[in-house]
Structure formats: structure tokens, C-alpha cells
Write a protein that binds this ligand. Structure first.
Ligand code: ASP
Length: 601
């Protein structure tokens, strides 16, 4: 290797040394005949200087001068030179190499670059081009410090997690990519088989069934940095393929799995931040999370719960409340305490909050301001002194607090309340962006009703062990989520290991006997050969890393992501396939122009 140093390595201690650097020309400028060049690579930027008047180096100035003509932006170059201190006052303290520069003694262009479509380096968001351009030229975008940092951080996270798991006896096993459907609530990406025309593999939505079969195969402790594929309708921050840290263990209960993840995160925290992460994480039941925070992944960095007051105000002759109550609805509220600047929220701001609530599905919002001895609002006249005093007690009201009250159908109130809580926290800056507050969401239901189809669905997936008898209305499931700062980072569960219970769950989900046989027969058979009690979890690596780095989207921590519409702008996929390939696969090709879209609808 000719290169003696990277572009992020040279310091004052190297002054006087002869060095060879190779990298990309990020920027160059001419200062009265003296040329300054920022040479960049994955490690940093070093300033190069060519001064035709400086004869001390004894360099061949003409050939350097000629070579520098080819030093266009983002061209790859090689320079030899001597490290020297920068001229007094031209230091760049923000740059690790900012005290020194390299006086060029030899220059060579290794590969010319076309003029790049956008500027690289440490730019602020505002000078970056739109994301579509960044994704189209991702290899250039990757040269930006932010992207380099993201990928290195991601690697560090995975490497630390691996270190912990290996120390604790976990074995990394690769499970198949060409497989059968593994239901996780999305559609499958399917891959046609040429050798068996008319049949298809599915790309795994997760390694769920295979990791469970590894437990049946006595593997005991498995992990995998697993790529998962889910065909979902475009959602802002989803990717068709994403990475999970997937884990499965035998002879464990839910707490053992949670302890393992806490241990892993403590280890990762130490490796990345050199800090102790506080454990055990707090636990919150699904029901409490929904009731208090209107979300199954509440942000617990701030304490702003919904306080239910249906029972307190139920007799007040206030028409809106009475209407809601007679329709079976609920009344709840937030106390935005004076300490949270509740007293600073003015009339206009309240109107904006009312609009927000309306946009999020409720008819409106009532509010009250706490004065020294009473509550100030145009609706207090409907409440007796006794009701007011109960309300103040229940909502812990002190002078200067602002009460925001919501009324309506239970589900909608909780959901809108959850949104309002988030908005208030952001507007009032109730949390510190650098705090990471983990918690376990526990006591989850086994089933949920899909609001679109009205069909019974598995709350997590159909392999969760029930915690109650199956013939009651609200069957409980032995599953749990890891949540942090308002995001779900992963879910895990104790699994069903009895084939009869598993079959029963499939039936309860409305899967026909025939389908149970064709889709899951192999798995039920496997469970019948001595499946140990087992359980596991999967953490979303992309999401976790993007939150830790405070990046807007998971696309910012994936080297080659798809755009929001699931397209790769870099390679143009998905793309049409030639007719002869389809023929080989015995798949019928119909030109889209020949189809009457109305007919399909
Ligand atoms: N397979 C589940 C998922 O992808 C995780 C698990 O239960 O281990 O969410």
C-alpha cells in the first residue's frame, strides 16, 4: 500500500514527516496562486497545499501543477508531501487534522470523477439535495460524514450485540431466504420456481418458524442478524426489507428473555457510550399504556398521563358530556401543570390544540384554567362545588395548571389523547432528546380485531403461548414489546410448544382445517416431536440505530434503502422482466396497457 496515512490521521506530532495520502478531492481553492485542496476519505479531511513559490520541498513544480489540473471535485488522487504546521490563525479546530497541512511534493490523478450532482462533506441538511437525489446516487451520499458515521455506528451496535450473545452461549444460525410463508401480519414477497413451474417460495417475513424448529432441534440458544421481508402498503418509515436481531431460547420464561435483552443492551451501552444503562426496565401493561397514554408504545420520558374523569362529571348537566355518555363514551383529560408551562399556553394556542384534536378525530376539546381558588372556564357553571373539588383532587390541580378535557367514544378518545399528549410534549419540550427510556409492554392480549375487515387477528403472531384459558372473551398472550421513546423496538413471546394448542389457535383465527394442513402441517408435525418450552424476541436494528443516532428515518441508517414507495432509485428495481424469462418460469405476461383498469377494479 502506497498510502502512509488516512485523511483523518495526521496530527501536529507528524510535522516534518514525509507522507503519502490517497482520497477524494472534496474542495479546492486558489489563494493568490497558492492552491489549497481538501482531501477526503472515510476517516476525515486533510488540507493539502501547493505553493509554486515554495522551493524548500525541491519538488517538480511543473509536473505537480499539471497534475493538479486534473484534481476536479471527487476525483481520486494520490499525493506525496511533507506535513507542516498551518499558518498561525488558519487552524481549523473543528477538524481533527486542523492544525496541520501537507505541502505537496508529488501529485497524481488515480481516477477522474464526473462532476458530482451535489456537494459532499459535512453540509448541513439545508444544502443537501432532496432525498430522491441522494438515493439515486447513494454511493456519493455514502461519502458524507453523516452516512459514514451512521454505518460505523450500526456496525458497532451489531458487533457489540454479537459479542454479548456469543459470550452467553448463543449460536448464530442462518435460516432460509427461499421459504414458505411465515405470517407476521404482512403480505409475502414471492419468488417463482423455474424447476417446479407454478410454485413459489416466499421470502421470510421473519425467521419465526425456523428459529422455533431450531429449538426443537435442540439448538438451545440461537441468534441471527436476520433480513426480513414484508410487503406492506407504503408507510413513511417502513422498508420492504429490514434487519432484525433475532433471538430464540429453550427452557425459558418471559422474564428470562427480557433479562437477556436487558443484559445485551447494558453490554452494548457500555461498548458504545461507555455508560451504565439502568436496568431492570420499567414494565407497563398494555391496558395501562392505552388508558394512560393512548398508545401501546408510549413515550415515557415525560409524565403526562390521561386522567379519566367519567365517573366524576357523569351527572353534570353539560350537554356535550351527557351526549357522549349516553352513547357509551368516556371523558378524560390532561393536567398540563404550571411546571410544564401550562400557564403560558394562551388562548390562540388552545385554539390550535382544539383544531389538532378535531383533525385527529374528535369533535372538540374543553379546557379549564386553575386560578388561586377555583377553576376558570365557560363550563364550570355546569359543575357543583362538590364535583369541582373531586375533579381538582383527581387531576391534582394547583394554581396555574391548564386542564384539557376530551370526550367521545372510548377508542377515539384514547387515540386522540395519545396524539395530543405527544404534541404537547413536543411543543412544551417536556423531554430531553438525548434520554433513552426503555420499558417492557406486558400483559398483551392474544387476539385483536382488524378494524378494516372486522376479522380476529393475532395480536403479535399466532405462535404466542396463551396465558389464559382459550374459552374466555379476552384471551391473554405471553407476549411483550420492548418500547423506547415512543417507538416499538421489537416484540417477543413465550411460544406454544404443544401442537394441539397451536392447532386450536389457528382454528380460532378462522384458518380452515385444509389451510392449517397445507400452510402449517410441517410445523405442527415438528411440534409433535418433543418441542421444548421456548421463547424469543426480535429487535428492529434499523429503528433502534436510527433512534440512537437521532436520525429522522430508518433510511438514514441503511446503506442502500428503498424510497418511500419501495423503489430502489439506484438500480431501478423493481423492474419489468423480459418475456423469455417469464416464459421460462411459465408465468403469463400481460402488457399493462392492454388491461382495462376498470375491469380489475
Ligand atoms: N418474529 C417476531 C417478529 O418478527 C419476533 C418474535 O416473536 O421473536 O416480530
Amino acid at each position: 500500500m502506497r498510502r502512509t496515512h488516512t485523511c483523518g490521521e495526521i496530527r501536529s506530532a507528524d510535522i516534518g514527516k514525509k507522507v503519502c495520502l490517497q482520497g477524494w478531492v472534496r474542495f479546492s481553492r486558489d489563494h493568490g496562486g497558492v492552491e489549497f485542496i481538501d482531501l477526503a476519505d472515510a476517516y476525515g479531511i486533510t488540507q493539502l497545499v501547493f505553493d509554486p513559490e515554495d522551493i524548500s520541498s525541491g519538488a517538480d513544480k511543473n509536473s505537480i501543477s499539471l497534475a493538479l489540473k486534473g484534481f476536479t471535485r471527487e476525483s481520486v488522487v494520490s499525493v506525496d508531501g511533507v506535513v507542516r504546521k498551518r499558518v498561525e490563525g488558519t487552524d481549523d479546530p473543528k477538524n481533527k487534522t486542523g492544525e496541520v497541512e501537507v505541502l505537496i511534493t508529488k501529485a497524481e490523478v488515480l481516477n477522474r470523477s464526473n462532476s458530482p450532482p451535489f456537494e459532499l462533506g459535512d453540509q448541513k441538511e439545508s444544502v443537501l439535495p432532496g432525498e430522491e437525489t441522494r438515493l439515486r446516487y447513494r454511493y456519493l451520499d455514502l461519502r458524507r460524514t453523516e452516512m459514514i458515521e451512521a454505518l460505523r455506528f450500526r456496525h458497532k451496535f451489531i458487533s457489540a450485540a454479537r459479542g454479548y450473545l456469543e459470550k452467553n452461549g448463543f449460536v448464530e444460525v442462518e435460516t432460509p431466504m427461499l421459504t414458505k410463508s411465515t405470517p407476521e401480519g404482512a403480505r409475502d414477497y414471492i419468488v417463482p420456481s423455474r424447476v417446479h413451474p407454478g410454485t413459489f417460495y416466499a421470502l421470510p417475513q421473519s425467521p419465526q418458524l425456523f428459529k422455533q424448529m431450531l429449538m426443537i432441534g435442540s439448538m438451545d440458544r440461537y441468534y441471527q442478524i436476520a433480513r426480513c421481508f414484508r410487503d406492506e402498503d407504503s408507510r413513511a418509515d417502513r422498508q420492504p426489507e429490514f434487519t432484525q436481531l433475532d433471538i430464540e431460547m429453550s427452557f425459558v420464561d418471559m422474564k428470562d428473555i427480557q433479562d437477556t435483552i436487558e443484559g445485551l443492551l447494558v453490554h452494548v451501552w457500555k461498548a458504545i457510550y461507555g455508560k451504565k444503562l439502568e436496568t431492570p426496565f420499567m414494565r407497563i401493561s398494555f391496558e395501562d399504556a392505552m388508558n394512560k397514554y393512548g398508545s401501546d408504545k408510549p413515550d415515557l420520558r415525560y409524565d403526562l398521563p390521561m386522567i379519566h374523569i367519567t365517573n366524576i362529571v357523569k351527572d353534570a348537566p353539560y350537554e356535550i358530556f351527557q351526549k357522549v355518555l349516553s352513547a357509551g363514551g368516556i371523558i378524560t383529560g390532561f393536567n398540563v401543570k404550571k411546571e410544564m408551562a401550562g400557564d403560558k399556553i394562551g388562548r390562540n394556542e388552545i385554539d390550535r390544540l382544539i383544531d389538532f384534536v378535531k383533525k385527529n378525530g374528535l369533535g372538540g376539546m374543553t379546557w379549564m384554567r386553575a386560578t388561586k381558588d377555583s377553576l376558570d372556564s365557560n363550563i364550570v357553571k355546569y359543575f357543583t362545588p362538590d364535583v369541582l373539588s373531586k375533579l381538582k383532587k383527581e387531576m391534582d390541580v394547583k394554581e396555574g395548571d391548564l386542564l384539557l378535557l376530551l370526550a367521545g367514544p372510548r377508542k377515539r378518545v384514547l387515540e386522540t389523547g395519545g396524539q395530543l399528549r405527544k404534541k404537547l410534549a413536543e411543543d412544551l419540550e417536556l423531554f430531553d432528546k438525548g434520554t433513552f427510556k426503555f420499558a417492557w409492554l406486558i400483559d398483551c392480549p392474544m387476539f385483536e380485531i382488524d378494524p378494516a375487515s372486522g376479522k380476529k387477528d393475532a395480536f403479535h403472531h399466532p405462535f404466542v403461548h396463551p396465558t389464559t384459558s382459550l374459552d374466555i372473551a379476552n384471551v391473554g398472550g405471553a407476549s411483550f414489546d420492548l418500547i423506547m421513546n415512543g417507538s416499538e423496538l421489537g416484540s417477543g413471546s413465550q411460544r406454544i410448544h404443544d401442537p394441539e394448542v397451536q392447532r386450536q389457535i389457528f382454528r380460532m383465527l378462522g384458518i380452515s382445517e385444509e389451510k392449517i394442513g397445507t400452510d402449517f402441517g410441517f410445523f405442527l408435525e415438528a411440534l409433535g416431536y418433543g418441542a421444548p418450552p421456548h421463547g424469543g424476541i426480535a429487535l428492529g436494528v434499523d429503528r433502534l440505530v436510527s433512534i440512537l443516532l437521532n436520525r429522522e428515518t430508518i433510511r438514514d441508517v441503511i446503506a442502500f434503502p428503498k424510497n418511500k414507495k419501495g423503489q430502489s432509485l439506484l438500480d431501478g428495481s423493481p423492474q419489468k422482466v423480459d418475456d423469455d424469462k417469464l416464459e421460462e418460469l411459465q408465468i403469463l405476461s400481460i402488457a399493462i396497457d392492454d388491461i382495462d383498469i376498470e375491469d380489475i377494479k
